[in-house]
Design a protein around this ligand. Structure first.
Ligand SMILES: *Cc1c(COP(=O)(O)O)cnc(C)c1O
Length: 378
């Protein structure tokens, strides 16, 4: 589903580009996933500044829609999410996936952040904090079922199952695990991880369980457990790459056309003279570059939409500039000062990513700091 973000008129002539974030679309995406996983709960993964869209706007919008669990990667991010939640949903819970950094227990407690304990050392450390305070302290515990990045490995799981007293003083709110291949729907690994997770849960003290990321949700009910953790799908990345995107687009990026020039062979365009003209051409230059997160790997590969038509990027992408070939367009369509579409209804995030040899996640989380940002709805 695309085309839901209306085109942009130029709100800030000082900025090279305008980034429009549709908060209504983000909320609609969360609501769709919430309904899909019900009666399980649906959290929102808002790490990396809500996948580049901006925690201060995304988090309150989702909280107002009823989201009560937020997931980040680092404690510093968790503190920013807590600040964003304070006026809207002070009761909401926040998971910090990156474990329990040394010396930070007080920050977790003072700000009511749940540490995700990833190994036995962190479990022991949290148990010690609980003992020293004479309190029972909440936490999430991560079981590794095949990713081999974070979480208790098989030996640690055996040890913990044999020593439930190691959890003394810890209120395990959730056992969680994370999927390695959820977006590959013909892969057996997701079902294998589900079975390993179930087997682990059967050996551990009873608590709620959290399993699915965005794509995991689309593997069906037996993958939902008690709490789903979607990230990318909230922001419009397709969680089912083999099917049409069930999510709404959430961002649109329009940049200013700075100059249009007539060129002819044997001229070349840009750094490294990487584009060699083969005939007379009109080349248009746009005020966005890799410093804005528009990846250098899109040079000579990507397309930018001018007046609804895809114009090829030619030559290398510079720090602040992109050159496109507009020879095929009427002169009136490509004029200095016009806005052209880098991401939007004609060029969804996933398509930009595919042209640049990456994934939509990386395009979103790289979105630049120089853009003039507009938030719609919310
Ligand atoms: C990033 C992340 C998610 C969200 O994944 P998406 O594929 O963006 O939905 C969920 N759980 C964990 C542990 C993560 O690191």
């Amino acid at each position: 589903m695309s085309g839901n973000i209306v085109s942009v008129t130029d709100p800030n002539p000082r900025a090279g580009a305008i980034l429009t974030v549709d908060l209504g679309a983000v909320v609609a995406n969360w609501t769709q996933l919430r309904d899909r996983v019900a009666p399980a709960e649906c959290s929102a993964v808002v790490k990396a500044d809500a996948y580049g869209l901006g925690v201060p706007r995304i988090v309150p919008a989702l909280a107002a829609a009823g989201c009560r669990t937020f997931v980040v990667a680092q404690l510093e991010e968790a503190l920013a999410v807590r600040r964003a939640l304070e006026p809207v949903a002070p009761d909401a819970q926040i998971f910090s996936l990156g474990g329990l950094p040394a010396g930070c227990a007080g920050d977790f407690l003072a700000n009511r952040i749940l540490p995700v304990l990833n190994h036995l050392g962190e479990i022991a450390a949290w148990r010690d904090v609980a003992a020293s305070r004479g309190e029972v302290l909440p936490a999430v515990i991560h079981i590794d079922t095949g990713m081999n990045r974070l979480g208790l490995g098989p030996d640690e799981l055996d040890a913990l199952a044999a020593h439930p007293e190691w959890l003394e003083g810890i209120d395990v709110r959730y056992w969680m695990t994370h999927l390695a291949c959820a977006d590959e729907f013909d892969q057996p690994m997701t079902a294998e991880q589900r079975d390993r997770f179930r087997a682990a849960l059967a050996r551990l003290p009873k608590a709620k369980a959290s399993f699915a990321n965005s794509s995991g949700i689309f593997h069906g009910k037996d993958h939902h457990f008690d709490l789903a953790r979607p990230g990318c799908a909230l922001y419009g990345v397709n969680p089912t790459p083999h099917l049409a995107n069930p999510m709404r687009d959430t961002v649109r990026l329009d940049a200013r056309l700075l100059q249009v020039r007539h060129c002819a062979p044997p001229m070349t365009v840009g750094y490294g003279a990487a584009h060699r003209l083969t005939g007379p051409a009109r080349i248009a230059t746009i005020g966005v570059g890799y410093a804005d997160g528009y990846m250098r790997s899109l040079g000579g590969k990507g397309h930018i939409i001018v007046d609804g038509v895809a114009a090829p990027i030619v030559g290398r992408i510079s720090m602040d500039l992109i050159t496109i070939d507009v020879t095929g367009l009427p002169e009136s369509a490509a004029q200095p000062g016009r806005l052209v579409e880098l991401i939007g209804p004609h060029r969804p995030v996933d398509q930009v990513a595919a042209e640049g040899g990456t994934i939509g996640y990386e395009i979103l989380t790289s979105l630049g700091r120089r853009y003039h940002r507009i938030y719609l709805g919310g």
